[in-house]
Design a protein around this ligand. Structure first.
Ligand SMILES: NC(=O)c1ccc[n+]([C@@H]2O[C@H](COP(=O)([O-])OP(=O)(O)OC[C@H]3O[C@@H](n4cnc5c(N)ncnc54)[C@H](O)[C@@H]3O)[C@@H](O)[C@H]2O)c1
Ligand SMILES: *[C@@H]1O[C@H](CO)[C@@H](O)[C@H](O)[C@H]1NC(C)=O
Ligand SMILES: *[C@@H]1O[C@H](CO)[C@@H](O)[C@H](O)[C@H]1NC(C)=O
Ligand SMILES: *[C@@H]1O[C@H](CO)[C@@H](O)[C@H](O)[C@H]1NC(C)=O
Length: 397
């Protein structure tokens, strides 16, 4: 091995990355609302036959997958995201897939900035909004409740006000099974009483309430989707889940599984094996992001003025943590070390959905019901993107 010969391209690579990052920043700044002169662009006019969807949080995990599907289905999309938790790399992938003018626009803005949001709505002709942008970790929400009420509840109000002021007709809202709290009866139907037990669930419930009260006095078409535990990624490997490293500690089970499989953490800590379930570990309903996004597109197609549709989006099948770990071991081919700890306060034994309403009314059914398959797809992306979207920047250049 001759190291001196390998050094140079490495440094050149670094310079190239730095250069690309600077170009990113310039493009981003140019596209920020104050720098745009979009009054004549395709995005600023309604066009018959074209539905222009504002995707808030489109640089995030679910929002980026939704954007990919919308673009594939010929929608026009504007992403608004402030990249606080999302990835510019995901937006880049989407822009590369759909480079034609008038297809995809990225606007860097904070939804908490009411003035900026007002301006975005005034300058763009949106037909619908899919509102994904939020902070979304139960544990973090108990530590920093104001962050949750601000970025979920208050920001939803800002988006709704801008929609009303500009007569945007349809809203698809990202809600969660956390709004139900700890129901006494399983499975959870849409009629199950909502008694959220953490700030995340409460902030989402409050946002739902604001939307519902508003919709009673407006023509808006509203769909509220309450997701269960989201996993998986694009089957074609273009997008994945890449949360900030500092959020790992609050992370979700699939992320922890992959981290364990790739040696970033030493193993999995399963909290509680004495729950009253089949194998003693917690039971959850895992919904693949591809199916979830399909539910959004169907909801958008079926949304009707003056009507509200509320739907659980889950498979209807509960899977134990042990089952999940087994599937993860198979999908990754790694014999992940598992350590059993005491129960974590606030975790409930069993949560799974009754998806019959969305089956019936939107003709939606989960297609990805094989945990191992969903995890294999997601693992493929994780393996190819060891540093999330940062790594793909290097390989793409
Ligand atoms: N992942 C799940 O299992 C799950 C389950 C139920 C509900 N949800 C909901 O789905 C939605 C999307 O979740 P996700 O997992 O994709 O999260 P994510 O963190 O990957 O994406 C959220 C995106 O919103 C952006 N954002 C946050 N605050 C913003 C602000 N003030 N201004 C502009 N952009 C902002 C972030 O930068 C990020 O790109 C959230 O509303 C979440 O509550 C997720
Ligand atoms: C995103 O918005 C928040 C306010 O909600 C702000 O505090 C934060 O600095 C912003 N992040 C970036 C990267 O601009
Ligand atoms: C959310 O709100 C808080 C204010 O409570 C802010 O400091 C933070 O940066 C906001 N944004 C995110 C993404 O957390
Ligand atoms: C429901 O969806 C299936 C495909 O998932 C399709 O074959 C069928 O025609 C749809 N039914 C209606 C009534 O749209």
């Amino acid at each position: 091995m001759d190291y001196s010969q390998r050094r140079k391209p490495y440094i050149l690579g670094k310079i190239l990355v730095a250069f690309i990052l600077i170009v990113f920043c310039i493009i981003t700044l140019k596209q920020s609302p104050t720098h745009r002169s979009s009054s004549t662009s395709a995005f600023s006019r309604h066009e018959p036959g074209v539905t222009h969807v504002l995707v808030t949080g489109g640089a995030g995990y679910i929002g980026s997958h939704a954007t990919l599907r919308l673009l594939k289905d010929s929608y026009r999309v504007t992403i608004v995201d402030n990249l606080s938790r999302g990835n510019m790399g995901a937006v880049k992938v989407l822009q590369k897939q759909f480079p034609e003018p008038g297809r995809l626009q990225f606007i860097y803005a904070d939804l908490g900035d009411a003035q900026a949001v007002k301006q975005i709505f005034a300058e763009n002709a949106f037909d619908a909004v899919m509102h994904f942008a939020a902070v979304a970790y139960v544990g973090e929400s108990t530590l920093e409740p104001l962050r949750y009420y601000h970025n979920i509840t208050a920001n939803t109000l800002i988006v709704l006000e801008a929609m009303a002021a500009n007569n945007v007709k349809t809203l698809i809202y990202s809600s969660t099974c956390a709004t139900y709290g700890e129901p006494e009866k399983m499975p959870i139907t849409e009629k199950t009483p909502q008694h959220p037990i953490n700030p995340y669930g409460k902030a989402k419930k409050m946002a739902e309430d604001i939307i519902l009260d508003f919709s009673k006095k407006s023509d808006m078409a509203v769909m509220i989707l309450r997701y269960f535990n989201v996993i998986g990624s694009d089957p074609e490997g273009r997008l994945g889940e890449a949360p900030r490293p500092e959020l790992r500690e609050h992370g979700r089970i699939s992320g922890a599984c992959f981290d364990a499989a790739s040696g970033i953490i030493s193993g999995l800590k399963v909290k509680g094996k004495d729950y009253p379930t089949t194998d003693g570990t917690c039971v959850r309903d895992y919904i693949d992001v591809t199916d979830l996004v399909d539910a959004h597109v169907k909801a958008l197609a079926k949304a009707e003025p003056k009507k509200v549709g509320i739907y659980n989006v889950g498979t209807g099948k509960g899977r134990s943590v042990n089952e999940f770990v087994k599937a993860c071991k198979k999908a990754t081919g790694v014999d992940i070390k598992v350590e059993y700890l005491d129960r974590r306060p606030g975790d409930y034994a069993e949560v799974y959905s009754d998806p019959s309403k969305i089956n019936r009314e939107l003709n939606w059914t989960a297609q990805y019901t094989d945990l191992e398959k969903s995890l294999r797809i997601a693992w493929q992306w994780q393996k190819n993107h060891r540093n999330g979207y940062g790594q793909s920047l290097l390989t793409a250049s």
